[in-house]
Design a protein around this ligand. Sequence first.
Ligand code: HSE
Length: 325
Amino acid sequence: MPSTRLGKIRSLQVRAPASSANLGPGFDIFGLGLEEPFDVVTVTLLKDQRIVLKLDPETKYKVPEIWDENSAGLVADALLRNFGGGFGCEIRVRKGIPPGYGLGSSAADAAAVAFALDRLLDLHLPMNTLIAFAAKGEVASAGVPHFDNVAAALLGYFSAIRQGTDGLDLVSLPQTPQDLILCLGRPLVQVPPKKTGTARNILPKQVPLSDAIWNIASASLIMAGFAIGNIKLIGQGMQDKIVEPARSNMVPGYDRVRRAALDAGAVGVAISGAGPTMLALIDRGKSDPRKVSKAIREGFRKAGIPCEITTTKPGKGVCVIDDVV
Ligand code: HSE
């Protein structure tokens, strides 16, 4: 365990990206770090052991300001208990990521705090350790730690991760095909508190071998697609026979939106994380992202639901905006 030596900086402001987990068959394994939306998180060391959580006045969305009900607070607590040397911290969050819609909102702040405290306390923890600490924050929304969103938020672009027999097994691909565009359709419905936990509780405990084989094959296509930069292969792999069928009822207009996006030229469509946002992948060299956006909007509209569309692409992980010595 490293001894706590303070770094030179006392306060760090970071940009923490949204992420989209699963991509269909890669439940709890695959994650994509997104260019937009993102949160801005400022972590400042305190000379006593308090953890103070504040929402920035300019925040677009609200999350709990009670530290142990918030992913960022849980991560700060875990890191400070292990390495804090008597310090506490203030965490100020400006949310640009809507919480509860399957866009890795809690993971972004968890990753931001892990990243920032690692620097502020001069810890130089290995990436796998940072991911493991950041995943502790997911307990606030999912009830259990899961690594896919926090890995994507910390590392950006594409990652695949699992809890191995001897720690985390991680693959991170720090770039994705140039022409890969993502279209996020967020239905403007009320989401229940701790929705991710609910969306996990409805999943089957046992699955037919044929579905497991299908999902392994599909996930392999996605992995290969990212590795060799083949967008079509990635899209072909985005077909899940285990998790999405169980969750599709939680997304209003799921079938309609999925069909419409594919017909408009998306290479693959999936529920983003635990939903209800839908994620469509587009090869901009072959299809027009505006056409896919329009189709998704229309699909939700026909289900009687307005939606917000964000067109973005994979982007980098948590990064420093500013520091104060
Ligand atoms: N893999 C997680 C789930 C992601 O689908 O429950 C939550 O955003």
